[in-house]
Design a protein. Structure first.
Ligand SMILES: Nc1nc2c(c(=O)[nH]1)N[C@H]1C(S)=C(S)[C@@H](COP(=O)(O)O)O[C@H]1N2
Ligand SMILES: [Mo]
Length: 213
């Protein structure tokens, strides 16, 4: 069944699609599911989100699922680019902005990078600047619907201006770092910076300074 919301979504996704596609990308049907390993079960009682590492206070900040539910929400309209070349256009993401998280659990002045941790040890690294982008969101909903388990429920990161592997599904932690450290795919041959507009797909394309050895 096509709802009015779907029709709105389709139009929104099609508008200006040519100039919105980074080099080498195509628009697939629907929203593919892609990840390494199994889909974790969400256990609300056991779930928490921890901010740790080089925090300003030296303390760990921890939210349970009910506590996280009280944080202010934000909405971001953005495209989603996977390094395997599909791009899902015109998503309406809803969640808690990384700027809100940074405000509630500030990093030390020496923090330059962030590792975002997910269930089963998946991680993605980025500069503090990329993480604190105004469009970066810890997402709970897309196009008005809660995320499904395979798309990262209850919580995933979306950083629209980087390839989508920089957005862990099933997020559980944010670690502040004073030097860069590669995450899961960045250790396995993918580009440390991952800007889709520069087609920064693989680590062999890195320039000196793009990442740690
Ligand atoms: N925990 C976790 N998050 C992950 C991945 C993963 O393997 N594990 N894969 C990433 C990759 S490569 C992509 S393209 C997106 C895919 O998100 P989707 O399945 O919702 O489309 O999730 C990212 N987040
Ligand atoms: Mo991806």
């Amino acid at each position: 069944m096509t709802t009015p919301f779907d029709r709105l979504g389709a139009r929104k996704r099609a508008a200006g699609a040519e100039d919105r596609l980074p080099p080498g990308q195509y628009v697939p049907r629907g929203w593919p599911v892609l990840h390494y390993g199994p889909v974790p079960a969400f256990k609300p009682d056991a779930w928490d989100l921890k901010v740790f590492g080089e925090t300003a206070s030296g303390e760990v900040t921890r939210w349970t699922w009910p506590e996280f539910g009280h944080l202010p929400r934000a909405t971001v309209e953005a495209d989603f680019h996977c390094v395997t070349k599909f791009s899902v256009l015109g998503n309406t993401w809803r969640g808690v902005s990384t700027q809100t998280l940074l405000g509630l659990a500030p990093p030390s002045a020496a923090t330059t990078h962030v590792l975002v941790w997910a269930e089963y040890g998946y991680s993605a690294n980025m500069t503090l600047e990329d993480f604190s982008s105004a469009d970066a969101l810890l997402v709970t909903h897309r196009d008005g619907e809660p995320l499904t388990a395979d798309h990262g429920a209850p919580l995933r990161l979306v950083v629209p201006h980087l390839y989508a592997w920089k957005g862990p599904k099933w997020v559980r932690g944010v670690e502040y770092l004073t030097e860069d450290r590669r995450g899961f795919w960045e250790e396995r041959g993918y580009h440390n910076r991952a800007d889709p507009w520069r087609e920064q797909r693989y680590s062999y394309q890195e320039d000196p300074g793009d990442g740690p050895a």
